[in-house]
Design a protein around this ligand. Structure first.
Ligand code: MHQ
Length: 264
């Protein structure tokens, strides 16, 4: 049945392949993570692709730039928190995540949710004009001027560029996001061994996908990105500390509780 030498596979062969896929545990892990990503991705890629030339007008950009610093911070914290909420939902659906103890689930989310938001940013990034989907349209770095952290914004946009250059498929984005989240090197994990085991599964799923796509070389490039992600997140935390010193009350009473719980 598996002989395809006549050039076209027989129906039975296709059925058999589907059957093999369904019983292969690693295929199942792949499929489950990809499904979780799809169901929690906030915007579908096709949706974002269709909107990629919908830019803010000069006046609209000016309106964002004229906001006060604390107003713009509050606005971005809200948008970021929305995005993080979807990532939390994604995490809960990664096979094995819910079976970890509560402390470790929180540790992984505290350290990894922002990193996954930045990975997901590549789906919402237009490399042709360096703009990102924000508040319903595409925005360049200048729109974020009022935040007064142009170094962070520039670094985040640079990262989006470099990750977009790898031209990952949606499946690859899904599995890479899961790998970023299930990181057994995070400090303060209680059951590091269990996290390690879940991580190994996800890693296997990612390398399996890359092998199938004939792109095994991507694995090393993705590991390089993990280091940049870590530095971007430290920079975000550093900026938040600086902002909190200037506007403690804004952070205390106006920032979303989830944002504070994760980053402050
Ligand atoms: C998601 C959709 C999405 C939503 C929000 C200083 C500070 C508080 C934040 C987007 C840094 C500013 C974020 C809003 C900036 C880097 C943040 C603010 C994919 C990610 C994306 C596009 C976020 C990307 C990062 C943004 C622009 O599905």
């Amino acid at each position: 049945y598996l002989d395809c030498s006549q050039g076209r596979p027989q129906t039975t062969t296709l059925l058999l392949l589907t059957f093999i896929a369904a019983c292969c545990p690693i295929e199942e892990v792949c499929a489950s993570i990809v499904r979780s990503h799809r169901e929690t991705s906030q915007y579908r890629v096709e949706e974002l692709q269709a909107l990629r030339w919908k830019l803010f007008s000069r006046e609209e950009i000016h309106a964002y730039q004229s906001k006060s610093m604390d107003e713009m911070w509050q606005h971005c914290a809200l948008r970021l928190t929305d995005a993080v909420q979807y990532v939390v939902e994604f995490a809960k659906r990664i096979p094995g995540f819910r079976q970890l103890c509560q402390n470790d689930q929180i540790v992984l989310l505290k350290n990894g949710s922002m990193e996954v938001v930045l990975v997901r940013m590549t789906r919402a990034f237009n490399t042709e004009n360096s703009t990102v989907f924000f508040d319903g349209k595409f925005a360049g770095t200048e729109l974020f001027k009022a935040l007064a952290c142009s170094d962070l914004i520039a670094a985040v946009f640079d990262f989006a560029h470099s990750l977009c250059a790898l031209r990952l498929t949606e499946q690859q984005v899904a599995l890479f996001s899961a790998l970023v989240l299930i990181n057994s090197d995070r400090p303060c994990l209680e059951e590091r061994g269990r996290v390690e085991r879940v991580k190994k599964e996800v890693e296997l799923a990612l390398s399996h996908t890359l092998h199938r796509d004939n792109q095994e070389g991507l694995m090393n490039k993705l590991y390089q990105k993990v280091a940049i992600l870590k530095s971007l997140c430290s920079l975000h935390i550093e900026k938040l500390r600086w902002f909190r010193q200037l506007y403690p009350l804004t952070v205390h009473s106006l920032f979303p509780p989830l944002y504070k719980e994760l980053f402050a």
